[in-house]
Structure formats: C-alpha cells, structure tokens
Design a protein around this ligand. Structure first.
Ligand code: CYC
Length: 201
C-alpha cells in the first residue's frame, strides 16, 4: 500500500456531520451523519470501508449503506462502490465494528461504473467520477447518471452528488445549492493504521 492510499484512507475513516452548514442553511442542506468505518483487511484483501448515511435526527436508522474499496490504478487512487445484498443484516455495524469481521465478498455487489478517481493536490484529495456517464442510477422515475465531486482533507469531507439526464445533462436530483460540507466528529484513523500494520507483519 502506498503512503498516498494510506493518507486518503486515514482521512476518510471517521464519523462526519454537516452540522454547521445545516444550521446555517437549513432550507438547502439537511443535517446528515456519515459514518465511514475501516473494514478488516481480509474482507476485500485490501483497504475497504463500510459506510452508513443517516439523517442526524434519526442517526440510528441509516438509509444508505455502502462498501468502498480503495485501489491503485495507473498511479491514481480509485474508490470502487458496492452495495450489500442484505443491508439490514449489518445496519448499525458502523458503530459496532466487531460485527464487520464476518462480512465477505459474496455479500456485496459492485456498482458498475460507479468508481471515483482521486488526484492528490496540496492538502487534499480531489475526487470525481470516472468519465463516460457510466454510473447509472434510476431515480425520480428516470434514468440518470451520477456526476459526483468530492474533496477529502484531514478533517473534512466535501461532497456533491448529482444525478443528470444522460441526453440533456440537466440535473434531475441532488443538491442545487452546492456541496455538502462535512467535518469529522470522531476519527477512526488509528484503525486504518492498525490494519495496515497487521499487513506488514
Ligand atoms: C450516489 N454517491 C452515490 C454514488 C457514489 C457516490 C459513487 C453512486 C453509487 C451509489 O449508489 O452509491 C459518492 N462514492 C461517492 C463518494 C466517494 C465514493 C463521494 C468518495 C469516498 O466512493 N450523497 C452525499 C450527500 C447526499 C448523497 C450527503 C445528498 C443528500 O454525499 C446522496 N449519493 C446520494 C444519493 C445517491 C448517491 C441520493 C444516489 C443513490 C441512491 O439513491 O442512494
């Protein structure tokens, strides 16, 4: 694993909230909690995360559950996105990480085309979807493609997910007011370091 990948992984690992933004602009930004927990190495044979997204007022009942796999390809870091075949089985595991030890590759399914590529610039990683309108999402009754941008820093995660019409490129869903600004409430970076150390032995 390169130091680049290790750095991005430690920055992503944690529990995040967009509290300040949601309080300042409640009409534009709902108050969201993101929990991104490092997965034991053996789950993906590499650096992975289990993530849960929830409304802050109902944070114990996440409405989006994903698995991310960080890989290095052509000198850049990519984040491959997966869904769980049975998300209910792991709901809440982001805060009970010992439950994640039983997760296996056949319990998850990759979302084809839904891979984010990162560039390391100054003190941040800038991510965007791999080009080609290839991450297709059926939402609001129509076919859309994901145009997602993210900036990851030591203590911040800024992301803007939008669904666009494949023919007209017009926005169909997602924020019309710019990116969500998350700051870290709790840091799981030490777990990334431990998982990495376990690999070196
Ligand atoms: C979808 N958000 C997605 C998808 C990706 C990302 C790849 C398409 C695959 C999927 O369905 O999950 C984003 N993936 C990322 C990012 C990384 C990554 C940023 C870098 C670590 O690997 N997303 C947010 C906002 C929230 C949101 C807080 C707005 C309310 O970050 C929504 N994301 C959102 C929605 C979808 C999505 C609604 C469409 C899929 C769905 O309906 O759940």
């Amino acid at each position: 694993m390169s130091t680049e990948l290790l750095t991005l992984a430690t920055w992503l690992a944690g529990e995040f909230s967009n509290r300040e933004q949601a309080f300042a602009s409640p009409a534009w930004f709902s108050h969201i909690r993101l929990c991104i927990r490092p997965l034991p190495w053996h789950v993906l044979d590499g650096v992975g995360f289990y993530s849960e997204q929830a409304d802050d007022y109902d944070w114990k009942r996440p409405y989006r559950v994903r698995v991310l796999h960080l890989v290095e390809r052509d000198g850049r870091i990519e984040s491959e996105n997966f869904v769980l075949k049975d998300p209910a089985a792991y709901l809440g595991a982001c805060r009970e990480p010992e439950r994640l030890a039983t997760l296996t590759r056949d319990q998850i399914e990759q979302l084809p085309g839904c891979t984010m590529v990162f560039d390391h610039v100054a003190d941040a990683f800038e991510g965007r979807m791999i080009p080609g309108k290839c991450c297709r999402i059926f939402r609001k009754g129509q076919d859309t493609y994901l145009a997602s941008e993210a900036t990851v820093r030591a203590n911040a995660f800024i992301s803007w997910d939008r669904g666009l019409d494949p023919q007209t490129d017009e926005q169909v869903w997602g924020s019309y007011s710019g990116a969500f600004h998350f700051t870290k409430l709790q840091d799981f970076a030490a777990e990334v370091v431990d998982i990495h150390a376990g690999q070196l032995i």
